[in-house]
Design a protein around this ligand. Structure first.
Ligand SMILES: [Zn+2]
Length: 348
């Protein structure tokens, strides 16, 4: 048997270490390159949402990233979701403890003049939708509407019980001239093997700081926002229930396209039909296409390795041509307050 000298063992150890380090460095370089490879919204040539001067009692909406949306009719404001704090990629990956960022929330409430908030309605209870609902409610007299899980997020933030409403699916809730209905839906199956990431409910008040995985889905809803001037449906995750919106007529549909590429074109087409074709909407706006690990106000698409919205935008244009030729597709513009129900005109 040949003898192995300590010299040789040392040499092997050094080679193995160098090999591992090289793989590690190359892997990191590749990860950085993949992370930086992102599509551009400029390559999508849809019309801007029609630009109309808002009278004081006109319904407007303002998109604030992911699926956070502020509706306002000059008298009453409704906030869909509440996600301003934006934990970083490192916070998420390393499972760091995070909490609502008071300075950002105060600044956003001030900048977008959320002084007449009547309701805060998360589409479901994951952190990228519901993280700040409690902190926002505490700075207003708004009610939080949603599942028991959303109620427990609010309770954990110290929101008084009389500002918390656990909804019944299909029930109408009135705020000023707005009528809001939450219809049971499902979350997009974007976890391992078609599961839902961070599924389940919160049965106790959520105490923060906590890792982002603590915010559980709870229930997912399609939100119907009716007003004498028009109706909008908001779908906050790329999941749907076939036939759930039959009988709901909408002027505008705003639907999540997060990770829709990975679910495939056939799935996306059925999703389109369940939301756009079923409601007959004239204006369609994808939302939840922006990388939510960026700070509030920075809109960048996800790395192409995770999700390719530019490709999905091509699919959507195809669905429009096959099923809903009268509908118009628009990219929402961050922070711009637009008239929700513009009069129909041929070029829009
Ligand atoms: Zn979600």
């Amino acid at each position: 048997m040949p003898t192995v000298s300590t010299e040789q063992v040392k040499r092997w150890a050094i080679r193995t270490a160098i090999g591992a380090a090289t793989v590690g460095v190359l892997g990191s370089v590749l990860a950085v390159l993949l992370w930086r490879d992102r599509g551009s919204l400029e390559s999508i040539d849809w019309h801007q949402y029609p630009d109309f001067e808002a009278a004081t009692d006109t319904v407007t909406f303002t998109w604030l990233g992911v699926s956070t949306l502020l509706f306002d009719d000059g008298e009453t404001q409704i906030l869909i979701d509440g996600f301003f704090s934006r934990p970083s990629l490192a916070d998420i990956v390393l499972g760091r403890f995070v909490e609502s960022d008071a300075a950002t929330i105060n600044r956003v409430i001030d900048e977008y003049r959320m002084r007449r908030l009547a309701a805060i309605i998360p589409v479901h209870s994951h952190f990228d939708h519901a993280m700040d609902i409690g902190a926002i409610a505490n700075r207003s007299s708004a009610s939080i509407l949603g599942s028991e899980t959303s109620a427990n997020i609010a309770r954990g933030a110290g929101v008084p019980e009389d500002q918390i409403v656990v909804v019944e699916s299909g029930e109408e809730y009135n705020f000023g001239r707005f009528t809001v209905t939450l219809i049971d839906s499902v979350h997009a199956p974007v976890g391992w093997g078609g599961s839902v990431p961070y599924a389940g409910t919160l049965d106790q008040p959520l105490q923060t700081p906590a890792p982002v995985s603590t915010w559980r889905e709870g229930k997912s809803y399609s939100i119907v926002i009716r007003h004498p001037q028009g109706t909008t449906v908001v779908q906050g995750s790329s999941g749907f229930v076939e036939g759930a919106l039959v009988g709901v007529q909408a002027d505008t549909v705003m639907f999540s396209v997060a990770l829709l590429e990975g679910l495939g074109q056939d799935y996306a087409e059925r999703y389109w039909q369940a939301l756009v074709t079923a409601t007959g909407a004239a204006h369609v706006l994808p939302i939840h296409f922006d990388d939510f690990t960026q700070p509030f106000g920075e809109i960048r698409l996800y790395p192409r390795a995770i999700d390719d919205f530019v490709k999905v935008a091509g699919w959507l244009e195809g669905f429009r041509q096959s099923w809903d030729l009268d509908a118009r597709l628009h990219i929402p513009e961050f922070g711009r307050q637009v008239v929700a129900y513009p009069p129909a005109s041929p070029e829009t």
